[in-house]
Write a protein that binds this ligand. Sequence first.
Ligand SMILES: [Zn+2]
Length: 73
Amino acid sequence: MAGRSQVCPHCGHRDLAEGIKLSLLAEIGAVGLNYRANLLLHGTEPLLADLCLGCGTVIRLRVARPDRNWIKA
Ligand SMILES: [Zn+2]
């Protein structure tokens, strides 16, 4: 992620690791948000985290593809 200058709002650190994939400790798979791919198929868009390497704060959670047909509870 070159060219971006994100700063941690908690400690002011500039060294952030972006786009880290979340996973479960049991290694069932990645944590994600469900979307409808077509009539039969559901997909899961993995959650990505931006992490401050100074204090360990997760700055934000996001998905790479926000244009999905999201399935709400
Ligand atoms: Zn920080």
